[in-house]
Design a protein around this ligand. Structure first.
Ligand SMILES: CC(C)(COP(=O)(O)OP(=O)(O)OC[C@H]1O[C@@H](n2cnc3c(N)ncnc32)[C@H](O)[C@@H]1OP(=O)(O)O)[C@@H](O)C(=O)NCCC(=O)NCCS
Length: 187
């Protein structure tokens, strides 16, 4: 895993678009799909890399398989894992890395994000809770505001397949054997 460079923007954009089109956009109204498509163009991603987002990238066999980005060392903007690599602990590794990086850089202990509905159980596993702060409900994309105040409230019991997964290898980026069932909710 490593931080993104400006020349990663095309690959980041390709992964984000592919995953968003499959898992996020089908549940969104047309105006949100349009806004998402615009925000995931290479140009837009490159601009955000230069302006306000810090991107962490996960690779397997040299290919980009996961992307996480954070604003102000506290608000997670993207967390996307390629479909074939979902359910193998890639998001957990990205989240752990991003959280430690923010803690180190800014002493952050509280994180926020706006979750696609299908990703809520994953964030609950990380310790996020639904946040009822109406100030964060804005924009065209339908999402659920969530907040992390520490891992103490992690609730990770709703995925029966969890116990059958193979653990991440020591290198952390090799392909694992477990396959993941398609998430209940399209995202
Ligand atoms: C959401 C997403 C990022 C998760 O990535 P992933 O690599 O498959 O997640 P992981 O395998 O690291 O699993 C993370 C944790 O969530 C749990 N989990 C995964 N899917 C789950 C589910 N459907 N229900 C309950 N728990 C689930 C895992 O058990 C794991 O828990 P652990 O770390 O305590 O063992 C990925 O599925 C994705 O990109 N989805 C489409 C895009 C999207 O919706 N992104 C979020 C936008 S807000």
């Amino acid at each position: 895993m490593r931080l993104a460079r400006a020349d990663d923007a095309p690959a980041v954009c390709r992964l984000l678009r592919r995953v968003a089109r499959r898992w996020v956009m089908p549940d969104q109204p047309p105006e949100a799909v349009e806004a998402l498509e615009q925000s995931l163009s290479t140009r837009a991603i490159r601009q955000r890399m230069e302006a306000d987002l810090r991107f962490h990238l996960a690779f397997a066999a040299g290919a980009l398989v996961g992307v996480a980005s954070v604003r102000n060392d506290s608000h997670i903007v993207h967390l996307f894992v390629g479909t074939r690599y979902q359910g193998r602990g890639v998001a957990r590794k990205l989240w752990d890395r991003l959280r430690k990086d923010c803690e180190r850089r800014a002493g952050t202990h509280v994180f926020t994000l706006n979750a696609a509905e299908g990703a809520i159980p994953v964030y609950q596993c990380f310790g996020f809770e639904v946040d009822h702060d109406p100030a964060r409900l804005r924009g065209k994309v339908v999402a659920v505001p969530m907040i992390y105040r520490g891992a103490g409230s992690a609730q990770c019991k709703s995925w029966p397949d969890k116990a059958s997964r193979t653990d991440v290898s020591a290198a952390g980026e090799s392909t694992r054997t477990a396959s993941r069932p398609r998430q209940a909710a399209a995202r």
